[in-house]
Design a protein around this ligand. Structure first.
Ligand code: ZN
Length: 142
């Protein structure tokens, strides 16, 4: 365990995970990952693009899509899909479910006990991963 407290916690993880997949860490990939870690509100690619732009004014939406795709492939970020909605991105790799509030459009991480995940897995159709795919939706009445 290193004690370099000034090093952002994800740096080693990002570079290492990319290297494991035969990829390099690039400024674009780093900034995109940083943006996801900074505000964990499950942004869409368009939202990530808007947040990355001030730091990398020259970046294109296509590059942001490529970076997100790469991060998903390297298991650093999860792609979350809701019916009809655009793909959203989540850097929380702990087992959790997504709670999508239809009233506000916000998506929240919900921690479920491991035993509950195991139970869900046992009742889901084969090939369905409770950890990766479970989304709960609700419209909260005011
Ligand atoms: Zn999440």
């Amino acid at each position: 365990m290193s004690t370099t407290a000034t090093t952002p916690r994800h740096d080693a993880g990002l570079a290492q995970k990319l290297a494991d997949s035969g990829l390099r860490s690039t400024p674009q990939r780093e900034v995109v990952y940083d943006v996801l870690l900074k505000k964990r509100d499950h942004p869409t690619a368009d939202e990530v693009f808007a947040r990355v732009k001030p730091e990398l004014p020259g970046i294109s939406l296509a590059t942001v899509y490529n970076c997100l795709e790469t991060l998903v492939q390297c298991d650093l970020v999860r792609a979350v899909n809701f019916e009809r909605g655009p793909t959203r991105y989540c850097p929380n790799l702990r087992p959790h479910a997504h709670f999508h509030d239809e009233a506000t459009g916000q998506t929240h991480d919900i921690d479920l006990p491991p035993a509950l995940f195991a139970k869900l897995k046992s009742v889901l159709p084969t090939g369905f991963d409770a950890n990766a795919d479970l989304v709960m939706c609700a419209a909260v009445e005011s």
